[in-house]
Design a protein around this ligand. Structure first.
Ligand code: SAM
Length: 264
């Protein structure tokens, strides 16, 4: 299996995750020097779900990002399109509801979740803007979106060090610990190609979410974006990405007037 190209053909991304599934969690912990646990706790706190609520954890992979909700008695649906990842997850946590589904065409009814979250998955989706619109469609009015994704370090010297670490060290380390090191070359490249914090916030606005705010973790290596679905439902029909340019113009105007959206 070769690495998924940055054009992100869905079948390549799917096959790549099927391939890395058995060692996915171990390699993640090693490569992020244990930081993932702290990041995950911050995501769960941002979702802030209560027992009785229904949470969609999209691109859930092996369900590591879904477990804290299940442990807290919250009904969580772990959805992913890699059967390999889902199988590893189901073996480990048979109590969690694992559902096969594509983020750009979700197999769920409109307005069916109190909160929708996606951790380290949106970057891999072929059409992330469409996925944001789909997440809006399946979330209840007033419901929450929480996106955790690798981002851009804010301190310029640190950004340089980080970029060097990513582009040079990560593939070399991955060669020693991962079964498919080329997947981690893709990881490094896809992080570099991903929009920065304000860029992702503009996409979230453009999809029809409101009050988007983000928090930088580990100096911006990761950003957690949070937004709400308008109480009146989705502007422009929610799943209609055709409305995006109009929303994008509004989002840019918003950004021009709000120098920093970081409030978490
Ligand atoms: C890096 S893993 C993250 C897994 C989990 N959320 C976590 O935090 O450990 C990214 C996941 O995104 C999934 N993915 C990528 N594109 C997808 C799509 N279009 N629909 C559903 N899942 C997708 C992959 O199969 C993979 O399991």
């Amino acid at each position: 299996m070769s690495r998924a190209s940055l054009e992100k053909r869905p079948e390549e991304v799917q096959a790549m995750f099927d391939d890395v599934a058995p060692r996915y969690d171990v390699v993640n912990d090693i490569l992020s020097v244990g930081q993932t646990r702290r990041w995950r706790k911050i995501v769960v706190d941002a979702v802030d779900a209560e027992p009785g609520q229904r949470v969609l954890d999209l691109a859930a992979g092996t369900g590591t990002s879904s477990e804290p909700y299940a442990d807290a008695g919250i009904q969580v649906v772990a959805c992913d399109f890699s059967l390999g990842m889902l199988q590893v997850g189901k073996r480990r946590r048979p109590d969690i509801d694992f559902v096969a589904g594509d983020a750009t065409n979700l197999p769920f009814e409109d307005n069916s979740f109190d909160a929708t979250t996606i951790s380290f998955g949106l970057r891999n989706v072929t059409d992330p803007q469409k996925a944001l619109a789909e997440m809006l469609r399946v979330t209840k009015p007033g419901g929450k979106l929480v996106v955790a994704e690798f981002s851009h370090p804010t301190f310029a010297p640190w950004r340089t060090v980080y970029t060097e670490y990513l582009m040079r060290a990560l593939p070399a380390i991955a060669t020693k610990v991962a079964s498919n090191p080329t997947a981690y070359v893709y990881l490094a490249e896809s992080i570099r190609a991903w929009p920065n914090q304000d860029g992702l916030a503009a996409w979230i606005d453009a999809a029809g979410w409101e009050q988007c705010r983000y928090r930088n973790l580990s100096g911006g290596i990761v950003a957690v974006h949070r937004a709400l679905k308008p109480l009146g439902g989705a502007p422009g029909g929610g799943a209609e990405t055709d409305a995006a340019p109009e929303h994008a113009a509004q989002a840019s105007a918003y950004l021009r007037h709000h120098a920093s959206r970081r409030v978490l």
